[in-house]
Design a protein around this ligand. Structure first.
Ligand SMILES: Cc1cc2nc3c(=O)[nH]c(=O)nc-3n(C[C@H](O)[C@H](O)[C@H](O)COP(=O)(O)OP(=O)(O)OC[C@H]3O[C@@H](n4cnc5c(N)ncnc54)[C@H](O)[C@@H]3O)c2cc1C
Length: 420
């Protein structure tokens, strides 16, 4: 029997038994995405959790459950998305390395698998799967993140390597990640999409200065990086020189699968549970608040449940159709759009359901705190992973064939006016 022919049910049964023996139960009161955490962890707590993630990832690797869809030669299991989906169903309720899914596996490992050289893949992917390398994305710049092709961080050829100068921003986990994918401009004398190259580099590289950014909810997980004469060997270039946009279109595609559909994600992505937004948690909360019989409350819970079901069905349908060629990869913009708006909406629904408790809460009331802070920061779901406005553009222009947006920057990039 070939490896991929391993029966999904038998695989799921083996996973069930292994999980019960090897992973601790998840702490469902804690939002694992540091950005959303109700009580923001200290730097020491974040580092301790990162160490736990590495250890849990190593356990998955040793148990034969890391990189389920990754080829065996790179340390994976060489199985199918159906096996990964079965494992993701089984792992619900267990603690797993949720905080490293979004950057390390969903976009970065996927990009390395598609564009990395054999040497790069053999060097990094087993280390990612063993929890030894956490990867982050150096993509957005202070001048704007939506227009990725407008990157002005510059890479200049110097002998066998490149010298990078510029700044990146909004890097999730930038200060505790080990390696990064970084988009840089290598040619200013061509049209903007044609002068880009992608590099990989260690976050400890000399000349790379990292500054944590404090958000309104107290989170300090986002970072801004300043690159001053950072030397990157040519061997760490990902894809061809000036062909970075080819890499980027796939990088952005993988990033959009953040709302679901990535074959490389373990569990439910970087948030193993939706905490107080989860419909059953909302039912419990309404019982506690004594509003369960209220028709308005029931409507709120009904809407949350409907949007959760629609998102799941949309992810499944679009993922299947992209895999069979019925839809182009741009279709990932549909679940991205629905996932972003539905998550933001569910944060608002939970706030309505909690009423006063979602605005003022007792110090030990974690659920209410998560609801209140989740409401404040809900729009992040429509921004991270590419904004929902950009997803709308992709759907309009790439799927529906509507006229492309007017471009004022089609000239040689050096000549394009920039600035306010
Ligand atoms: C939770 C989270 C995690 C993130 N993690 C990372 C990370 O790890 N690495 C990283 O590099 N970045 C990360 N980001 C940054 C994110 O990718 C950018 O914030 C995003 O791409 C938008 O860029 P911007 O904030 O510069 O807004 P801008 O690009 O300046 O856009 C401002 C507004 O204008 C809209 N807009 C812009 N252009 C158009 C257009 N052509 N048509 C219609 N509307 C348009 C945008 O949708 C937005 O509403 C993260 C952001 C969040 C919220």
């Amino acid at each position: 029997m070939s490896e991929t022919a391993i029966d999904v049910d038998a695989f799921a049964a083996r996973a069930r038994a292994w999980l019960a023996e090897n992973l601790p139960p998840a702490d469902l009161t804690r939002d694992t995405f540091f950005l959303y955490a109700a009580t923001h962890p200290t730097d020491e707590e974040v580092l301790a959790r990162a160490a736990t993630c590495r250890e849990l990832q190593r356990r998955l690797f040793d148990g034969g459950f890391a990189g389920i869809c990754v080829p065996r030669e790179y340390g994976g299991q060489g199985l199918t998305p159906a096996h990964q989906a079965a494992f993701n169903r089984e792992i619900k309720g267990y603690d797993y390395p949720a905080e490293i899914q979004a950057s390390t596996f969903i976009p970065c490992m996927a990009v390395l698998l598609e564009f990395g050289t054999e040497e790069q893949k053999l060097r990094h992917i087993p280390r990612m799967l063993r929890g030894e390398e956490i990867w982050v994305q150096l993509l957005s710049e202070p001048g704007g993140g939506s227009d990725a092709a407008g990157a002005v961080t510059t890479a200049t050829r110097d002998g066998d390597g490149w010298v990078l100068n510029g700044s990146k921003i909004w890097t999730t986990a930038g200060w505790w990640g080990d390696w990064a994918l970084c988009l840089a401009r290598t040619n200013w004398d061509v049209e903007k999409h044609r002068g880009l190259t992608v590099f990989s580099l260690p976050m400890s590289a000399p000349g790379l200065q990292i500054r944590q950014i404090e958000l309104v909810n107290g989170s300090t997980d986002f970072c801004q990086e300043f690159l001053t004469d950072v030397v990157v060997p040519d061997a760490d270039r990902i894809g061809d020189v000036d062909a970075g946009w080819t890499v980027m279109t796939r990088w952005l595609y993988h990033e959009r699968t953040i709302s679901g559909g990535s074959p490389y994600v373990t569990g439910g992505g970087n948030r193993p549970n939706d905490g107080p937004y989860e419909p059953t948690a909302m039912i419990e909360a309404a019982r506690g608040l004594g509003t369960i019989d209220d028709s308005g409350t029931r409507a709120l819970i009904g809407e949350a449940q409907t949007s959760a079901l629609v998102l799941r069905a949309l992810v499944e349908s679009v993922t299947r159709k992209m895999a069979t060629g019925v839809l182009p990869h741009h279709a990932a913009a549909m679940p991205r759009l629905f996932g972003g708006t539905a998550n933001a909406r569910r944060a608002a629904l939970a706030t309505e359901l909690y009423g006063d408790a979602g605005v003022v809460w007792a110090p030990d009331d974690e659920s209410s705190a998560q609801v209140g802070l989740g409401f404040v920061i809900r729009q992040a779901a429509c921004i991270g992973g590419g904004t929902t406005e950009m997803a709308r553009n992709v759907i309009a222009e790439r799927l529906l064939g509507m006229p492309r947006e007017q471009r004022a920057d089609a000239d040689v990039f050096r000549d394009v006016p920039r600035g306010p």
